[in-house]
Design a protein around this ligand. Sequence first.
Ligand code: SF4
Length: 401
Amino acid sequence: MAIEALAGKVRAGGRLSADEALELYLAAPTHVLGRLAHDVRGRKHPDRSVTYIIDRNVNYTNVCVARCSFCAFYRPVGAKDGYVLGFDDVFRKIEETIELGGGQLLLQGGHNPDLPIEWYEDLFRAVKARYPAFKLHALSSPEVLHISRLSQVSVPEVIRRLVEAGLDSIPGGGAEILVDRVRKLLHCYSKASSDEWLDVMRHAHRAGLRTTATMMYGSVEIAAERIEHMMRLRDLQDETGGFTAFIAWSYQPDHTELRGVEATGIEYLRTLAIARLVLDNIDNLQASWVTQGGKVGQLSLSYGANDMGSVMIEENVVRAAGAAYCMDEVEIVRNIEDAGYLPRRRNMHYEILGGPVFRERDIPRLLELATARADGDTSIPVELIKYPPRSRAERDRRHAS
Ligand code: SF4
């Protein structure tokens, strides 16, 4: 079909097939894609609001047995600079988040063989006992799968136990590209195949949890595989309705085993725009300014995005691979308003909580990102001793101490 005919189909509210989406993605001029995506965004969000959330990205451990080739964050088991955060570290990060007006942690980490399901349950219960209203948006699909395999508990049972302990929602990380050919090339097929990633989300949605969905593009996949990824998300959303938002970000190559080059800003905007056209059943698209920077993040609002994601208090994963953009609430709001929109603070369910916190009370400015823990800190959390070691390295370490 000609581009103009496809554009007409989108304008009339028609649903794109995979072939049609690919044709638009590859051949439509960028301004046409952007205009179509902007119109769809306008139909879904007719007011001039752009939302954002204040939460904190906390990586509880960098020790990981998955060893994905695109990841610069993980450390192998036994590495000197491997860490697990103590519960007190997590409490301190929560208190700093609350001081900034936040109410949620985005808690993700490596696949650490020495953390059984009980460690997560104890952490979640301890957080909820101290901060009952604070939300835990935690553990991507592959982490849930890792806990299931490690503790020999089924995925639905892992989800049930973690929800009982305090899990509120699940972030959409670890999806990369939901095509097994690509996952095998990226060494992430064994952490979760495409079906397994989707199946964890399916179980989470059935259990009443809401989750997000992501896509990391620009590594080894071809354009048709990006579209296939979106189609698989669209199918699951038709089935469950459990995704609140979609976030696409570009592969960050620095310090990774895979290396390569990063996709350009135009490729990001085109990918965001086609996602807005394909994912007609997911209401919210986030601008990934964390990988694209504030300026492209701001432009995203004209290419289908209606949300600026999170104020960035701490970031370890993308920074390890070379990107360290930092925006606090003042800066996010400045970017939203300068683009002609109304900034609205939200929670994970996209319920509006109010306007900017910094206009209601004094909060500290955040001009650089916090880290998981201070450089040179090699302390071992006291509570780890409660859980039997599983890896040889951890057994040896305990024996030596
Ligand atoms: S992306 Fe996640 S699962 Fe893969 S190596 Fe990095 S920390 Fe581990």
